[in-house]
Design a protein around this ligand. Structure first.
Ligand code: TYM
Length: 330
């Protein structure tokens, strides 16, 4: 069976961007592939300050419960914490020695996150894409479903895998990056030129999977549409970023294609589009939330899933790591 690998950082609440860009595809892929879904807590510590360290374990369990609530099935997929599988950091070091300073300095996400603090940026943030490569390559992954913002990191993963294979002997499968045509870049509600992000300072920019109907309504009503006259509803992210973003969200949540939505909303008003979106988001998120609170209340079950997941992941990861050690001559 072909293998799928993906993950999220457990930084508090997941947003509809994470759901539409990644997690909803994970659910579908479970039917056809062997799936490994990781909670990337080691990635998270590259951005965390000491004041929120205490909440780490809680945030990880919150994230796991959200995976389950969205439909990731622990009986079918392997769900685990990155920090429970030490092979990730072991392979990370070996890959470090194959990665170039230049290529990592060119990573957009690193450049953004390190802007204005060149001297004090932590090396973990610089190393971040190499740990992602280790995550993926350990499992001989065939497919990695992610949002658009991770594309550059995954291209790096493929490059470093090829380089390693050439240098030491073929050991890594070169993964295929799956970035869907629509919904892979959900934008901020108040600034549709910026990506929707769960770490945004202003929570009006994103909708969390745990926002209730009142909040959803408030945020969608405030969302930027476009100022062209007369108002028209069609998908064109360059000319109409605001409306296109709302269409992408509605399509990602409700499952209707963008072209169908364009037909449905032809000659309709922006407020009609917004009230449909509010309706659709409230219904879908309510279902997710009901399941979430149910799953979250059973910590024994959650811990058990992570225990079983780590065991399965370690077994697999070990096979690759052993081969790598042998090839290098360690
Ligand atoms: P993270 O936690 O930032 O995001 C998780 C997933 O959600 C996607 N995503 C979005 N998709 C559409 N629109 C958005 N606004 C949006 N924001 C986020 C991301 O592209 C991602 O697919 N480093 C990764 C986690 C990770 C990982 C991996 C992923 C660690 N190891 C190995 C894949 C393979 C991250 O921080 O994702």
């Amino acid at each position: 069976k072909l293998l799928v690998f993906s993950g999220t950082q457990p930084s508090g609440k997941l947003t509809i961007g994470n759901y539409i860009g990644a997690i909803r595809h994970w659910i579908v892929m479970q039917k056809y592939y062997e799936c490994m879904y990781c909670i990337a807590d080691l990635h998270l510590i590259s951005t965390v300050s000491s004041s929120n360290v205490y909440a780490f374990r809680k945030m990880s369990l919150d994230t796991l419960a959200l995976y389950l609530a969205c439909g990731v099935d622990p009986n079918v997929s392997t769900i685990f914490m990155q920090s429970h599988v030490p092979e990730h950091t072991q392979l990370n070091w070996l890959l470090n020695c194959c990665a170039y300073y230049g290529e990592l300095s060119r990573m957009t996400q690193f450049k953004e996150k390190s802007k204005f603090k060149q001297d004090s940026v932590n090396v973990g943030l610089f190393n971040y894409p190499i740990l992602m490569a280790a995550d993926i390559l350990l499992y001989q992954t065939n497919f990695v479903p992610v949002g658009d913002d991770q594309k550059q990191h995954l291209e790096f993963t493929c490059n470093i895998a090829r380089r390693f294979n050439n240098k030491f002997g073929t050991v890594f499968t070169i993964p295929k990056i799956l970035v869907p045509d629509f919904g892979s870049r959900i934008m901020s509600l108040l600034n549709p030129l910026k990506k929707m992000s769960k770490s945004d300072q202003d929570s009006n920019n994103y909708i969390s999977l745990l926002d209730d109907a009142t909040l959803i309504s408030k945020k969608v009503k405030r969302a930027i549409t476009d100022s062209d006259q007369p108002p028209a509803i069609y998908y064109d992210p360059v000319e109409k970023p605001g409306v296109s973003n709302l269409l992408a969200i509605l399509s990602g949540i409700g499952g209707e294609s963008i072209s169908n939505l364009e037909l449905i909303f032809k000659n309709k008003t922006y407020s009609c589009l917004k009230s449909n979106l509010i309706q659709s988001l409230s219904t879908v998120l309510k279902q997710i939330q009901n399941r979430y609170f149910n799953e979250r209340s059973n910590e024994n079950k959650l811990n058990n899933i992570l225990c079983v997941g780590a065991k399965k992941a370690r077994q697999k990861a070990n096979l690759t790591l052993k081969k790598v050690y042998q090839l290098i001559g360690l």
